[in-house]
Design a protein around this ligand. Structure first.
Ligand SMILES: Cc1cc2nc3c(=O)[nH]c(=O)nc-3n(C[C@H](O)[C@H](O)[C@H](O)COP(=O)(O)O)c2cc1C
Length: 162
């Protein structure tokens, strides 16, 4: 049970970050919502790396679909992203610019394939100074499946002070 009102906000393209969000949700029994850009890329093939990588390098902040959750009513946000080009996916950059995120405690999680770069530093830099980043967790899918990683994720959630 969440003592503090908590909301998971995440972006996913291939569903992995969403699976992690669900594991967290099942532990905390809290709300979750996926962040979606209005214009989503259309390829699941190799072109996605080029398309997505280009958006990262161009420092794009895509317009987002309306977020239905009442963000100001939550105390804690758990923000999740896949690693794209050693940093967070562009929709998360857009999310971090929203005024409604201010003054909240934040947990950060990200899924990757072994090359996370300096995503934690980059996330901290983009976060509003009014936010308190409590902890970050990288989930490396390079050698183990998410099913195998579930216990590690659960332990991370159990250590949260919520
Ligand atoms: C455009 C793009 C760029 C990526 N860049 C990286 C990277 O720099 N480092 C890495 O470890 N994985 C990278 N990946 C792999 C994803 O981080 C990884 O598969 C992640 O779990 C996908 O999450 P999702 O299924 O929620 O979309 C990239 C994937 C895409 C589509």
């Amino acid at each position: 049970m969440c003592m503090k009102k908590s909301l998971i906000l995440y972006y996913t393209y291939d569903g992995n970050t969403e699976k992690v969000a669900r594991i967290i949700k099942n532990q905390l029994n809290c709300d979750m919502e996926s962040i979606k850009p209005i214009k989503e890329m259309q390829t699941k093939g190799f072109g996605k790396y080029f398309w997505g990588g280009t958006k990262v390098f161009m420092r794009k902040k895509p317009k987002l679909m309306k977020i239905v959750s009442d963000i100001p009513s939550y105390d804690v946000l758990l923000i999740g992203t896949p690693v794209w080009a050693w940093t967070m996916a562009p929709p998360i950059v857009s999310l971090l610019g929203l005024d409604s995120l201010k003054n909240k405690a934040v947990y950060f999680f990200y899924t990757h394939e072994g090359w996370p770069g300096k995503i934690e530093e980059k996330f901290q830099k983009l976060l509003n100074p009014s936010n308190q980043l409590i902890d970050s967790k990288g989930i490396n899918r390079a050698k183990r499946t998410l099913e195998e990683l579930e216990e590690e994720i659960v332990l991370w959630v159990q250590a949260m002070h919520l």
